[in-house]
Design a protein around this ligand. Structure first.
Ligand code: PLP
Length: 273
């Protein structure tokens, strides 16, 4: 965590940020957030993340008392004050205090600056294993702070040498706990179309890829794919070479995934220098 954050309407030392113990964020797990990266002091795809954050607030009936331009101003100030050349910015809007301890209250906005550690080079080169889990995230299109199942289940996936989970229900895959999922088969890149968070990385990968399909994807298809990968702000694109005990394709990272990762990095460089 970096030294300065935004809380209670001002930039303050991060260590003095507080929240009421009866905030719905704590007692009901009700709140929203978003997270983006800074590259060379610039917030990558900032407008896309702000679009999603503002939409999440609206959909969860939480009032956001700051305009897009005000948020941009605060974010820039935080990047400068924290000297955040490469890092992460986390915006959190808590459920707030509520008379009946249930209905959405007046959300409290926090913006934090963080350092960021990418997965190891070895994971990008060798790919990772996902553990399948029968589940679909509730109100999946909203970026809520509810990751309780994933946090709880993470002990199991770590024990079994997996990087993360892959959620599936009735035979259909949705996403991983904090990333979107893609498969590659005969040169066609496909990703699920529903019960997912519309990832900003996913969106840009879809724009960079030529041969894409956005549609329901079964677990069977994933297991029979040539390549698979997950995408997220903090991982960009990480090859998936195994689900449970089954290898994907030849069990090695594939050329389509690696090419897309390179193209994403190039785009990032063009945008942020
Ligand atoms: N799906 C879920 C459930 C997530 O929490 C995230 C990111 O945190 C993603 C997908 C990937 O979204 P993005 O690329 O915007 O980081």
């Amino acid at each position: 965590m970096k030294p300065f954050c935004f809380a209670d309407g001002q930039i303050i030392p991060t260590e003095s940020a507080t929240i009421h113990p009866m905030d719905l964020g704590l007692i009901r797990g009700y709140g929203i957030f978003d997270f983006f990266r800074t590259v060379n002091y610039k917030a990558l795809f900032l407008d896309h993340y702000l679009d999603r954050f503002i939409a999440s607030a609206k959909k969860t009936y939480l009032s956001l008392d700051y305009s897009r331009d005000e948020l941009k101003g605060i974010i820039q100030e935080l990047i400068d004050k924290n000297d955040l050349k490469e890092g992460g910015i986390r915006m959190v809007l808590s459920g707030g205090m509520s008379e009946n301890h249930f209905s959405p209250g007046k959300g409290k906005l926090y913006i934090f600056a963080e350092s960021l550690i990418f997965p190891s080079q070895q994971k990008y080169e060798q790919g990772v294993k996902l553990l399948s889990l029968e589940y679909v995230r509730p109100i999946a299109e909203i970026k809520t702070t509810n990751y309780a199942l994933a946090v709880w289940h993470s002990a199991q996936w770590k024990q079994q040498g997996a990087e993360d989970v892959i959620y599936h229900l009735n035979g259909y895959i949705s996403e991983s706990s904090r990333s979107n999922f893609f498969i590659v088969k005969d040169g066609v890149i496909s990703t699920p179309d529903r019960h997912i968070l519309m990832g900003i990385t996913r969106k840009h990968i879809l724009e960079l890829a030529e041969n894409v399909e956005v549609r329901p994807i079964t677990m069977q298809e994933a297991l029979a794919a040539d390549e698979a990968f997950i995408t997220s702000t903090t991982k960009v694109l990480l090859p998936v070479t195994q689900i449970d005990d089954l290898k994907i394709g030849n069990g090695k990272t594939g050329p389509v995934s690696l090419d897309l990762l390179e193209r994403f990095k190039k785009m990032e460089k063009e945008l942020c220098g």
